[in-house]
Design a protein around this ligand. Structure first.
Ligand SMILES: Nc1ncnc2c1ncn2[C@@H]1O[C@H](COP(=O)(O)OP(=O)(O)OP(=O)(O)O)[C@@H](O)[C@H]1O
Ligand SMILES: [Mg+2]
Length: 258
């Protein structure tokens, strides 16, 4: 029997920054092994959803379930916070985030960057982590870069190092926030290739992207956000092939023209 419990299940999520309502009631489910992409204009709330999902941001209403386990909250409204720090840590380490700006430690080698969190946060044995880290760097195609510093790598190589670092946490799911948008087109393709390989392996992923081709090629489900609400969603063939909403049609024609 396959496990039917979604890895990430977001229900009726609401998020405001002070009086600015940013997410206005959003439901997103990422079943195990699925790739869910979030697309939409700048400011539509894509990054905020990822940050709420892994509890980097508080939210005011709605439920977030990780493998069926609901986040427990204390307080309400703008005073609502996760109640259990251990649960937050458990969820956060299981939803590894890859950012647009790779955020590698400049003073650590690539291998040390990848090993850092599994050793210090998870307390895993160093020799075991080193073996895994070398394996993940190999997997993303930079196994020969273990001993150099981030500044000595191209942007595409740095982003692949950041992906290896996320993988080394052995998370249940990966969250990508615009993983290719800081890169030149040819470097972007190196990263897209890695993400495609991860999708083909059946990793659970939520991806915020401006790259419609990647969203089309890797996703099981695509969500178009508009001003903090889901305007349209569906499988990539239908969503990109026959968009129903006028806003989505406009968005797609503007991104294709760019
Ligand atoms: N820390 C913050 N404080 C106040 N407002 C914020 C904060 N972070 C985001 N916002 C606002 O929330 C809204 C959604 O932002 P978000 O970063 O989620 O958009 P996005 O869809 O990821 O956009 P982009 O494509 O530009 O990355 C925007 O109006 C933004 O100005
Ligand atoms: Mg964003």
């Amino acid at each position: 029997m396959p496990d039917e419990t979604p890895v990430i299940d977001i229900r009726n999520l609401h998020k405001a920054y002070g009086s600015l309502e940013v997410i206005k009631g959003v439901d997103i489910t990422a079943p195990k092994g699925s790739v869910v992409s979030l697309i939409g204009s700048s400011g539509s709330g894509k990054s905020t959803i990822l940050r709420c999902a892994n509890l980097l941001e508080d939210s005011q209403q709605g439920d977030i379930l990780f493998k069926g386990e609901p986040v427990t909250w204390k307080g309400s409204g703008l005073n609502r916070h996760p109640a259990d720090p251990r649960q937050v840590l458990r969820i956060r380490t299981n939803l590894s985030m890859v950012f647009q700006q790779f955020n590698l430690w400049a003073h650590l080698t690539i291998l040390q960057n990848v090993m850092e969190a599994p050793v210090t946060v998870l307390g895993r044995p160093k020799d075991e982590v080193e073996k895994a880290a070398r394996g993940y760097l190999e997997k993303v195609g930079i196994g020969d870069k273990c001993d150099v510093y981030p500044a000595q790598l191209s942007g595409g190589q740095q982003q692949r190092a950041a992906i290896a670092r996320a993988l080394c946490m052995e998370p249940e799911a990966l969250l990508f926030d615009e993983p290719t948008s800081a890169l030149d087109p040819e470097l972007e393709q190196e990263v897209v290739r890695v993400i495609k390989d991860l999708a083909a392996e059946g990793r659970t992923m939520m991806i915020v992207t401006h790259d419609m081709k990647m969203a089309h090629d890797v996703s099981d489900h695509v969500i178009f956000l508009h001003q903090g609400l889901i305007e349209e969603e569906g499988d990539p063939e239908t969503l990109f092939g026959s968009p129903k909403s006028e806003r989505l049609r406009q968005f797609l024609s503007s991104t294709m023209a760019a």
